[in-house]
Design a protein around this ligand. Structure first.
Ligand code: 5MM
Length: 353
């Protein structure tokens, strides 16, 4: 099998029916925030045991196709000394890695950011491939404000995403391209739609220029939503229609799948909206999830750093994975949310960045 075919197979495996991706790639500072929110100090042994609890969940592979790891986690092992990428692989879950170096202010563009990490990326990707990681992920961040985003910021971020994607394919890792238009702000649904469309248009133009093979990529975008400080109330159906309209205008049919990020929505909101999106089938691409907070918020709450809570926390993870699995085919309902067993209140847990 050629490298290209292998990368395409990885993309297809990640968007296989009824399954989606667990984003467990929080950087050390982000993980410190997540642990602090449940009253825990972030130490290397604690991050390791939390991630082991997630990955060792029996049956996780039924609804989780892949896990995005952070560099530290990709090098850690479980209590039997099995490296985490291998542990996941044995469970039928594809291991991948976040390769961006986080965001920094974009010079000359006050209030806007760019993602760092292109320097030395080729060598890091080679090392990650040797560690058994099969896909990579890079997150670009776009903010909406009065006159933002600027054209310069959108272009710089799209260009970086395309350079990263080309380098990933060179190393044989399927790139997940994540341009996140943040939910922060008081903007309305139409403004988010307009900005997301501009961003995705630029991203696909840059991917084409950098000769990225779209069949061996996946997109990880935001859903089109009103800003978190906006007064406007919209239904899940309006969100789904606005999101699909933008995606159909901008994302080529050659892309096998779209994995939405949750971006600060509650776990229940993210699932309900993924379900609403999938009720608008058929689309040219699979519509799935790559949730971090919307999968982990109830898990962290149930775990609380106590080994005694492990089974309850794993049940909470399985429950959300199962519900999102149902949303993949538009079969999630409020009744299912209430009745699904294994922890969770059904009221929704939301976590800010
Ligand atoms: C937007 O963040 C990504 C998806 O997570 P949510 O579903 O919680 O929005 C996530 O993969 C993110 O890229 C990682 O958590 C890493 O974030 P940091 O800020 O630590 O680089």
């Amino acid at each position: 099998m050629s490298t290209l075919e292998a990368m395409r197979d990885t993309a297809l495996a990640l968007v296989s029916r009824g399954r989606g991706v667990l984003a467990a790639d929080e950087s050390t500072p982000t993980m410190a925030k997540r642990l602090a929110a449940v009253g825990l100090e972030s130490t290397e042994p604690r991050r390791r045991s939390y991630r082991e609890m997630l990955f060792a969940t029996d049956g996780l592979g039924e609804h989780v196709s892949g896990v995005i790891l952070f560099d530290e986690t990709a090098r850690q092992r479980d209590q039997e000394e099995t490296p985490f990428p291998e542990l996941l692989r044995r469970r039928g879950i594809v291991p991948g890695i976040k390769v961006d170096g986080g965001i920094r202010p974009l010079a000359g563009f006050p209030g806007e950011v760019a993602t760092q990490g292109l320097d030395g990326l080729r060598e890091r990707l080679e090392e990650y491939a040797a560690l058994g990681l099969r896909f990579a992920k890079w997150r670009a961040v776009i903010r909406i404000a009065d006159t933002l985003p600027s054209a310069g910021c959108v272009e710089a971020n799209a260009h970086e995403l395309a350079r990263y994607a080309a380098l990933s394919q060179e190393a044989g890792l399927t790139p997940i391209v994540e341009p996140e238009v943040l939910m922060d702000g008081a903007h309305d649904l139409d403004t988010c739609a307009e900005v997301t469309e501009r961003v995705l248009r630029e991203v696909y133009q840059q991917l084409g220029r950098q000769r990225v093979v779209l069949e061996a990529t996946l997109l990880k975008p935001n859903m089109v939503l009103p800003g978190s400080e906006s007064d406007s109330r919209v239904t899940d159906q309006q969100i789904a229609h606005a999101t699909i309209a933008v995606l159909r205008r901008t994302v080529p049919a050659a892309v096998p799948g779209i994995l939405f990020l949750s971006g600060g929505q509650s776990d229940v909101e993210a699932t309900a909206r993924l379900d609403a999106l999938n009720r608008l089938a058929p689309q040219p691409w699979e519509l799935s999830f790559s949730f971090g907070r919307a999968l982990q918020a109830p898990v962290l709450k149930a775990w609380g750093g106590q080994e005694a809570n492990r089974a309850e926390a794993q049940a909470a993870l399985l429950r959300r994975a199962r519900l999102n699995g149902a949303a993949r085919s538009g079969e999630y309902t409020a009744d299912l949310e209430q009745s699904a067993s294994g922890g969770g209140s059904g009221h929704g847990v939301s976590v800010g960045r």
